[in-house]
Design a protein around this ligand. Structure first.
Ligand SMILES: [Zn+2]
Length: 298
């Protein structure tokens, strides 16, 4: 079965169970199919760009052939490995490894869906191979929402241009419901956190330990220290033909305050709560070079 087949099967089962309002344990097969579809579509996109992005431990000759196919004049080399390539002899990289590579080609997916993909990465093994974890309805929905949006993002790539997945009426209705429910979800989370904050006696928690994936900020509800979770991205602006300005940006895609309990599950929810999702880290470039390359970069 292909990524598209798993997606179609997973969504049909998901809609069927969701609309009939069955209990959560009936979602196991649907989520298993959706998790497999997401992994396959990411690997298909990478494989179309270059097989070495997906396959690990390739024989040296095959690796060179994949990287520089036009420069290798030995036709028999490909024939020697063609059966193995079609037989699935070679291992593929882990989901997280492939996801990190995928983000390099689709940075906007990381920004918009990074938190959902992180959730999926943490739960995919248990959904595919063993007992279904105890999920809330929102957590079930974010699996299907992520699968649909990832497929939408890769629709125009070589891997899927000639075999796209077209949204069904149920898919479109589900996406609209999910996005509408998020507005209510954020409002309820803020109301609940404000209620809890009323019983607190002033600020209690102070913490400034930020790193490249966590940024300590003041909670907008209770004023205590809380963390934005996300990632730091290095990029450059070209000023002239030979002059470049490097810059760093922290992108937030989750927020949690331990004191008032305010929890926001993706970049959109953080934005909806009136908080920034991007922070300029350019002043920390020296530290970034030191952490990335292990020495002071001057
Ligand atoms: Zn708080």
């Amino acid at each position: 079965m292909s990524a598209r087949d798993y997606l179609r099967t997973g969504l049909e089962l998901f809609h069927d169970r969701r609309l009939s309002d069955l209990s959560y344990e009936h979602f196991q097969v649907a989520l298993g199919n959706l998790a497999i579809s997401i992994e396959l579509m990411i690997k298909a996109v990478l494989a179309c760009k270059n097989l070495t992005l997906v396959l690990t431990d390739l024989p040296l000759e095959l690796e060179v052939l994949c990287i520089c196919p036009k420069d290798i004049k030995n036709d028999s080399l490909f024939q020697r490995f063609s059966v193995d390539l079609q037989s699935g002899v070679f291992k593929t990289g882990t989901f997280d490894e492939c996801l990190s590579k995928f983000y390099l080609f689709f940075p906007s997916v990381r920004e918009r869906l990074g938190a959902h993909m992180g959730f999926l990465s943490r739960h995919r093994n248990v959904c595919v191979h063993s007992a279904f974890p105890s999920f809330r309805r929102y957590e079930l929905d974010r699996f299907a929402y992520t699968a649909l949006l990832i497929f939408d993002a890769v629709r125009e790539t070589d891997a899927f241009r000639f075999s796209p997945y077209f949204l069904s009426e149920k898919d479109a209705k589900f996406i609209a419901d999910f996005e509408e429910n998020r507005i209510r979800k954020v409002e309820e989370a803020i109301t609940k956190a404000k209620e809890k904050a009323k019983s607190l006696n002033g600020s209690q928690l102070r913490c400034t330990d930020s790193d490249w994936e966590h940024l300590a900020i003041e909670c907008p509800i209770c004023g205590n220290s809380a963390f934005l979770v996300g990632y730091t991205n290095f990029d450059v602006d070209q000023v002239t033909e030979s002059e470049y300005n490097p810059y760093l940006t922290f992108h937030a895609n989750e927020f949690y305050c331990e004191v008032c309990g305010l929890k926001l599950d993706d970049y959109w929810e953080i934005h909806q709560a009136g908080m920034n999702t991007e922070f300029d880290y350019t002043g920390k470039l020296d530290q970034w070079y030191a952490d990335e390359y292990g020495y002071d970069y001057m």
